[in-house]
Structures are given as structure tokens and as C-alpha cells.
Design a binder for this molecule. Structure first.
Ligand SMILES: Nc1ncnc2c1ncn2[C@@H]1O[C@H](COP(=O)(O)OP(=O)(O)O)[C@@H](O)[C@H]1O
Ligand SMILES: [Mg+2]
Length: 506
């Protein structure tokens, strides 16, 4: 015990000395780049240097963005994409898990593709790839998303049937596909397996049945989003300006992950075959926002892409609220990480362990408000300055109005000092307004609450807010889900309801 403490003191001392002997931020020459070749992000917190991002001196253009819900990840991504398109004419493909970019993309006159709502992807589409390579990719996706790797025989049968479906339609497995030739679909693959089952010659029918069952989940009537002719040209995706692929209409995360993996694979192959041209800047950015399955599995192309560094001609942006769901290989290989507000110790430990920032930066991150960020960059040459620095606010086009709901009238003094429960909830205006609308508190209610908030420096105590909602005619059936959506514990919610009824309205 004593020894550990002693070491802590020592390393603190060393850290302090390091702070004085080395500048706390990278030099301006690194932070400020040619405005025609870099993206302005915000000013650094200590010396207020306008930091602009460029991939030129970095190990690669890939970016990881982490932070709690509401910290400003998506806002950063939007700001970044817009500026990248001004500067490098960068195309963007957003793999939009929750459909949260849709409105913005529409406003920006980009293209929205809503899978399951009229748009389909054929998993067997080749987009110029050899059927054999495409088959391997499909098998890789099945490996990530299903239990197929546990059943080698089913795996073999499935792979064989996919290949056969290509040959039957006139493709040559080892050759580039002829232009314009229609590929088979998953339905044909399933039919081939069924034929084999019915002709009775195969000695392990149960293996066949299971292989069919596994594929069928992606080809069922009404859920055959990946088993029909594609409604879009995947090969063109990364060349079409701003494209949002809205996955929110798909039935579950497995379908979303399958779509995301497929899109990544296709774009990667396309870019690989066309080659990276550094001088031309960033051709495309691919955004994976909250696509945890795709960002966590070792076999995912997200990992291959960041590992294989800069040869692809596009940058990948991985944004997530739970860093532990993002494969460590992503954090240790991306050229840039933006760390926004982090709350949980577990996540902080993980990030600090992998990015190696100081305890000073750690403390700052835990106190960040909306839009504040620590930035860590990996330079191609070793440089003698701290690699992680802080920007006061990601400077986007929209002004930032943060509202605070203060919990000090709900939590007991010991709870407040114990640091286990969140003491306040901060939300940006649009976000709070959207919540009000979502939980039936729109219109006049929302207007009245915002007026009260604006009069009190955009801060309100929780009980005052709940009382104000009640006196505006909102009842518990709307208040409870609203509080839950903020992430407040059930025990605390019942306390809020009880206390706010103390004025006789309960
Ligand atoms: N740097 C910023 N400047 C202004 N507004 C911001 C900034 N970052 C976030 N916001 C606003 O805060 C809210 C939450 O941000 P969002 O990007 O959706 O968070 P996340 O994606 O991390 O959950 C949005 O209304 C957004 O417009
Ligand atoms: Mg978001």
C-alpha cells in the first residue's frame, strides 16, 4: 500500500516537471495548416491557437470520435464532412445506424438511401469484383454476424452454393465480371441448397437444413432487403457527393451490421482497385456512427482499413458512445482520435490505456461540456511535444446553447459528495427541444419551459422543471419516459415524482 502511494506521488511529481519542461500543446506550426489544405476544427484551450486538421503529416486519414450521448460526436462529423467537401471535394458515405443524419443530409441536398423503405441491396452484387473474392467477403460477414464458424461443414456448403450460384448465372469465379451482367441473389443460393437437400444424395441432411435456415433469415418474405436486385449502384456510392444510408428501417442490428459490412467491403475493394492519390486530397470519407458490431470484430473491414493505413484513398470515421465496443486496433491505428465528454471510469481507463494521455488531460475530459474535445494525433515522424491537446469547442456553423438541469434538489448531500450519480444533465437547445416534442411536451409547454430556462441563465433545478411541466398540464406518463431518456435511474425517478408532488399536485 505505502509503496503504491509513494509511487503515485513520484509519478505526479514527474508529471508536473514534464509539464514545465515541455510545452503543454503542440507548436503552432503543427496545429495551423494551409487553410486550403486543412479543416478548421476549433481553438486550443491553452494558447488559443486555431487548430486545423490535415492528414498530410499523419499516419493515415482515419478518425475515431468518442464521447457520451449528446457530447457532440455527430455534430463534429457533420461539421467535418461539410468542410472536407469545400476543401477537397470529399465525397461522404454515412452508414447511419439510427437515421440521425437523414434530415441534415436532406437539408444539405445530399442523397438519402433508406434501406427497407424502398431501397434494397443484393448481397451478391459484384461491383466489379471477381465472384470468388465477393464470396469470401460474404462468408466473412456471415462469420462476424452468425455462428457459422462453429460449423465447418455448413460453412463449406454455404460457400459452395454461393459460388455455384455465380457459375450457374454465367460468371467465371476467377475473372472480372462482364459489364452489366445481373448477379444471382441469396434466394438462388438457398434454392441450390434446397435442391441438394431434396435429391437426398447428401449424407448429412441436418447440416444442409441448418445452412439453409441460417441464410433464410436474410431472405424471408418482407425481410428480403439483401436478397433482391439492388436499387443502387454500390460502386458509385463513394463518388456521389454526400450520401446517407439510413439503416434505421431494418428490423434489427444484425441486418444493420450486414449492410454496414457489405458497404465497407465494396467501397474498400473499389478504392483499392482505383488506388490512393495523396496529392488529390481525400476522395471520400466513410462514417460509421454507433456501428458497434462493425467496429468491434477483429474480422471486420473497419479494422483492416485502419490497419492497412493510407492505401485506400478514403478515410474512415468511427464514432461511438461506448469506446470499449470499438476494437482496440482502431484506437491504436487511426491517425486522429477526438475524445469528447466521457463519464464512465471504465471507458476512461480503456482510452487512457490505449491512447496514453496524461492524468491532466484525463481530468479535463471528465469535465468537458458539449463540443469540447481532446485531440490525439499520430504523426508520421516522432516529434517532441505532447500528442494530445484540448480544443475549447468544436467550432461548427450552428451556435451552441447549452441548458442544464441541476440535480442538487433531488440528490442527498452524501449522494452529491459521493460522485456516483450525475449531478446535472446538459443538453443543447435543439436536443432538449426534440426531447420535449418526442415526449408530448411540444408546443406551448416547450415554449414556456424554454422561457423559464432562458430567464435563469439556461439552468433549472430538476424539481422546478418537473413542477413546471406538471403545472403546464404534463402528466407522469410523459414525464417518466422523458426522465428515463436522460439516463436517470428508476429509483431517482420515483424520488423526483414524489418530491415534485410535494406542492400538492401528486
Ligand atoms: N460543438 C458544438 N457546437 C454547437 N452545438 C453542438 C456542438 N456539439 C454538439 N452540439 C449540439 O449538441 C447536441 C448533441 O450533439 P450530437 O452531435 O447529436 O451528440 P452525439 O452525437 O455525441 O450524441 C446537438 O443538438 C448538436 O447540435
Ligand atoms: Mg450521435
Amino acid at each position: 500500500m505505502t509503496l503504491v502511494k509513494f509511487q503515485n506521488i513520484m509519478s505526479n511529481e514527474v508529471a508536473k516537471r514534464a509539464f514545465f519542461s515541455r510545452p503543454p500543446e503542440p507548436p503552432a506550426s503543427v496545429l495551423i495548416n494551409d487553410p486550403f489544405q486543412a479543416i478548421y476544427v476549433g481553438n486550443t484551450s491553452i494558447f488559443k491557437v486555431p487548430f486545423s486538421w490535415s492528414f498530410m503529416n499523419l499516419t493515415n486519414p482515419h478518425i475515431a470520435v468518442v464521447g457520451i450521448t449528446g457530447a457532440g460526436k455527430s455534430f463534429f462529423v457533420k461539421t467535418f464532412l461539410r468542410r472536407a467537401s469545400y476543401i477537397w471535394n470529399t465525397n461522404a458515405v454515412i452508414v447511419d445506424w439510427a437515421g440521425e443524419y437523414k434530415r441534415w443530409v436532406e437539408q444539405t441536398r445530399g442523397k438519402v438511401i433508406s434501406l427497407a423503405k424502398g431501397d434494397y441491396l443484393n448481397l451478391l452484387d459484384l461491383s466489379g469484383m471477381k465472384p470468388l473474392d465477393r464470396t469470401k467477403q460474404i462468408m466473412n460477414s456471415l462469420d462476424i454476424l452468425t455462428d457459422i464458424s462453429l460449423y465447418p461443414e455448413q460453412k463449406r456448403l454455404t460457400e459452395e452454393a454461393i459460388e455455384q450460384s455465380y457459375t450457374n448465372t454465367g460468371f467465371v469465379l476467377y475473372e472480372d465480371p462482364p459489364e452489366g451482367k445481373e448477379p444471382p441473389t441469396l434466394k438462388e443460393v438457398i434454392a441450390l441448397l434446397q435442391e441438394k437437400l431434396q435429391d437426398g444424395s447428401y449424407e448429412y441432411p441436418a447440416e444442409l437444413e441448418n445452412a439453409i435456415y441460417r441464410l433464410r433469415q436474410f431472405a424471408r418474405e418482407g425481410e428480403d432487403f439483401f436478397a433482391r436486385k439492388s436499387t443502387l449502384d454500390l460502386g458509385m456510392l463513394a463518388k456521389s457527393g454526400l450520401v446517407d444510408i439510413d439503416l434505421s428501417g431494418l428490423p434489427d442490428d444484425k441486418f444493420r451490421a450486414l449492410a454496414a459490412l457489405f458497404i465497407l467491403q465494396t467501397i474498400k475493394e473499389k478504392m483499392r482497385s482505383e488506388g490512393w492519390m495523396e496529392s488529390k486530397g481525400l476522395k471520400a470519407m466513410i462514417v460509421l456512427d454507433e456501428a458497434w458490431k462493425v467496429a468491434s470484430d477483429d474480422k471486420s473491414d473497419a479494422i483492416t482499413i485502419v490497419r492497412e493505413a493510407r492505401k485506400y484513398g478514403f478515410g474512415l470515421i468511427v464514432a461511438s458512445q461506448s469506446p470499449t465496443d470499438v476494437n482496440e486496433a482502431i484506437f491504436s491505428n487511426v491517425g486522429t482520435t477526438f475524445i469528447l465528454r466521457i463519464k464512465y471510469e471504465k471507458f476512461m481507463n480503456y482510452l487512457q490505456g490505449s491512447l496514453k494521455f496524461s492524468n491532466f488531460i484525463r481530468g479535463e475530459i471528465s469535465r468537458f461540456g458539449v463540443g469540447e474535445a481532446a485531440v490525439k494525433m499520430e504523426f508520421t515522424t516522432a516529434l517532441n511535444f505532447p500528442e494530445t491537446f484540448i480544443i475549447g469547442k468544436i467550432n461548427g456553423e450552428e451556435p451552441l446553447y447549452v441548458y442544464t438541469i441541476d440535480m442538487s434538489d433531488v440528490l442527498t448531500p452524501s449522494e452529491l459528495s459521493a460522485n456516483l450519480l450525475q449531478k446535472d444533465y446538459q443538453l443543447e437547445r435543439e436536443e432538449l427541444r426534440n426531447k420535449f416534442i418526442e415526449y408530448n411536451m411540444g408546443g406551448d409547454v416547450s415554449k414556456n419551459i424554454f422561457e423559464a430556462l432562458d430567464k435563469s441563465k439556461r439552468t433549472m433545478k430538476m424539481l422546478d422543471m418537473v413542477r413546471a411541466l406538471k403545472s403546464n398540464g404534463v402528466d407522469n406518463s410523459s414525464i417518466v419516459p422523458f426522465l428515463k431518456s436522460l439516463g436517470i435511474d428508476d429509483v431517482i425517478i420515483s424520488r423526483i415524482l414524489a418530491y415534485s408532488g410535494a406542492d400538492g399536485r401528486l
